[in-house]
Write a protein that binds this ligand. Structure first.
Ligand code: HSE
Length: 427
């Protein structure tokens, strides 16, 4: 029997318990033996919930139980998750997680511990001593995080094991279900941002603190993880330019619709002329992109490889059961490889990212005033550009620039005080 412990009985944790109970027989058949939830750790009590039978409040109970083979960390946040996961790995227990904040910040180090390649980690060696590191090395275990990006969509495992023939030069995705749900509803129903955010929270898509979703921080961590795996070197999420959707208005949506386009929060990393850039921002996407019709809570990850060409991974990107599906998929994989490290390493060498100011896009720029009266001023700054007006958005119009670097755009925009806002077109 494989004994597992689930850390956290929130949306995803309760989903993991539900998935394991619902598909108990088929999961056991795939593993080749029974998978049993021995403990669920949470600070809270859940009177009347059958989980009470296995509920514990003290992590030491789990870490000191030699029967526990797999720890499922679905607590979210960096601490105490980091301390708990590290202790579990050092105790020789496999770990499966949905926690992108933790994977983006400490994923490489935790994978190294699982693999037993951790002697370069001075802090860890100082705190736990070489004997503990030796234990991890002898155990040869796994730290799996399929659910950390794209909810239920398989993308980490394909990057690890299927797309290994390719040099990947682009990975771009709609990686946050909450914001995709909000943007889709705002555009389709002329709906108000706050009202739609509330709905997304009620449906269990949003993070505890919705700032992580709407400011793009969640997508930023996910693209850092995916880029690190795709490009082989470590991408520091703190270096990724990140802009959220809080400034997107119903008027922006009307311009997008008039252009036959949609606005998506896109997380992109690309290799261009041997340089890499990564950014998260709302962009206008046309019908020529497969990302155009990815709506509601769905996520999609577009990958371009030098021999593969294009591939897109699409599916349920957030929510209790889709996320739990990915976590339990990892549990099954871990259970089949209890003492064999099957995840490739995440190189510690840092990937240098291009200065965002060099990245080139066309822009949609909204300008206050009447088109005829502003024509000369606009031409003096941007040259000959296309303009667009939307009948029920009064007192303004918009221009479509040619491809400009961020630095060029900023320099031009500084000369035209009538600019209301700008949105990039997908490059
Ligand atoms: N808040 C996240 C989202 C959950 O909306 O995509 C899944 O990571």
């Amino acid at each position: 029997m494989i004994q597992i412990a689930v850390l956290g009985y929130g949306t995803v944790g309760s989903g993991v318990v539900e998935v394991i109970n619902t598909n108990h027989e088929s999961i056991n058949k795939r593993v080749g033996q029974e998978v049993n939830i021995k403990y669920v750790l949470d600070l809270r009590d859940f009177p009347g919930d059958p989980v009470e039978k296995v509920l514990v409040h003290d992590y030491e109970t789990i870490i000191n139980d030699p029967e526990v083979d797999i720890v499922v960390e679905v607590m979210g946040g960096v601490e105490p998750a980091y301390t708990f996961v590290k202790k579990a790995l050092l105790a020789g227990k496999n770990v499966c997680t949905s926690n992108k904040a933790l994977v983006a910040k400490h994923g490489r180090e935790l994978m190294d511990i699982a693999k037993g390649v951790c002697t370069s980690n001075k802090e860890l060696v100082a705190r736990h001593g070489l004997e503990l590191l030796k234990i991890a090395e002898e155990k040869n275990i796994n730290y799996m995080f399929e659910a950390s990006c794209g909810g239920g969509i398989p993308i980490i495992r394909p990057l690890h094991s299927s797309l290994t023939a390719d040099e990947i030069d682009e990975i771009s995705g709609i990686l946050n279900g909450t914001t995709n749900y909000i943007l889709s509803k705002m555009q389709a129903e002329n709906a108000d941002f706050e009202e739609v955010l509330k709905e997304a929270q009620e449906k269990g898509y949003a993070e505890r603190n919705p700032e992580a979703d709407v400011e793009g921080y969640d997508a930023c961590r996910k693209i850092a993880i995916l880029s690190s795996l795709a490009f082989g070197n470590h991408v520091n999420y703190e270096e990724i330019y990140t802009e959220g959707i809080t400034k997107i208005t119903v008027e922006d949506m009307k311009y997008a619709s008039a252009l036959g386009m949609s606005i998506k929060l896109l997380a992109t990393s690309k290799k261009e002329n041997d340089k890499f850039y990564a950014m998260v921002s709302p962009v206008l996407v046309g019908t020529d992109s497969p990302l155009y019709s990815v709506n509601d809570v769905f996520n999609a990850i577009f990958v371009h490889g030098n021999v593969l060409g294009d591939a897109m991974f699409y599916g349920s990107g957030a929510g209790k059961l889709p996320t739990a599906s990915a976590v339990v998929g990892d549990v099954v994989d871990c259970a089949k490889h209890l003492h064999e490290n099957v995840m490739t390493s995440w190189n510690s060498e840092k990937l240098d990212l291009m200065d965002i100011k060099e990245v080139v896009h066309p822009f949609l720029v909204r300008v206050k005033g009447k088109k005829a009266e502003m024509a000369d001023a606009v031409k003096a700054v941007f040259g000959e550009v296309k303009t667009i007006s939307v009948p029920d958005v009064e007192g303004e119009f918009a221009i479509i620039t040619g491809p400009l670097s961020e630095a060029e755009y900023e320099a031009k925009a500084a000369k035209l005080p009538e600019i209301i806002s700008r949105i990039r077109f997908k490059a």
